[in-house]
Design a protein around this ligand. Structure first.
Ligand SMILES: *[C@@H]1O[C@H](CO)[C@@H](O)[C@H](O)[C@H]1NC(C)=O
Length: 223
């Protein structure tokens, strides 16, 4: 009996696949039709008529240009995903350039659909990610950090909260590859304290174990 159950489990596990990244393409390419021109909505984007596809559908210029870091965080992400480069549709991959002013921060965030692998081109970055909750409730979420210099590569595993902080006195920039045509970004502070409408005060005071005034103060920073 036990052997039969074991064999059934083995057979089931052989034939059930789960995909942690974008589904594989079923043709050479499927250049995305812009959302506002699409007649139907599907999981992903529909394909442009292959006879109308040109080299420009696979092209995106200008990633040599620094992003404008004049903002509160002192950083700027320039994405090149399926929304900017329609030829990436169904290919499970995308790219960003990130610029950081001195002491600029790409604040704690996650990509719900992608692992990110980053290479530093210029500057010195303090980077890190935090694991998901351990099975043992007495063990804390673990932080992994590293200081990176030009040429250094670091990987942020799919879905985990991560950040990059420019700890140098000069501008910094990186390129990063992401394992999705549309990785998505959830910036923790914006999502939790800056949602529209705001998350109920009772929910946030209980979640963060602080006074309502602290939550109101934090919400005011993300208006
Ligand atoms: C950068 O952004 C700031 C703030 O939005 C703006 O005032 C400034 O003109 C921008 N600089 C460039 C070079 O575009």
């Amino acid at each position: 009996m036990a052997v039969r159950i074991l064999i059934s489990v083995l057979i089931i596990s052989l034939f059930s696949f789960t995909y942690a990244s974008d589904p594989a393409p079923l043709q050479d390419f499927c250049v995305a039709v812009k959302d506002n021109e699409a007649k139907v909505f599907v999981n992903g984007k529909i394909c442009k008529d292959p006879n109308m596809v040109s080299a420009d559908d696979f092209f995106f210029p200008g990633l040599n240009m620094p992003g404008n870091t004049s903002n509160a965080q002192g950083s700027k992400v320039t994405p090149v995903n399926v929304n900017q480069l329609p030829g990436l549709n169904t290919l499970g991959i995308s790219l960003v350039r990130i610029d950081y002013a001195p002491y600029g921060l790409n604040p704690p965030h996650t990509h719900p659909r992608a692992t990110e692998v980053l290479v530093v081109v210029e500057g010195t970055l303090f980077v890190g990610f935090v694991t998901s909750n351990p099975a043992d409730p007495n063990v804390k979420n673990k932080l992994f950090t590293k200081t990176l210099y030009p040429g250094d590569v670091f990987v942020f595993p799919e879905g985990l909260i991560h950040f990059q902080f420019n700890v140098g006195k000069t501008n910094a920039f990186v390129f990063a590859g992401l394992s999705s045509q549309n990785p998505g970004v959830i910036t923790i502070a914006n999502a939790v304290f800056g949602s529209d409408p705001p998350i109920n005060l009772d929910v946030l005071t209980k979640a963060f174990q602080v006074d309502a005034n602290v939550i109101k103060y934090l919400q005011a920073q993300f208006k």
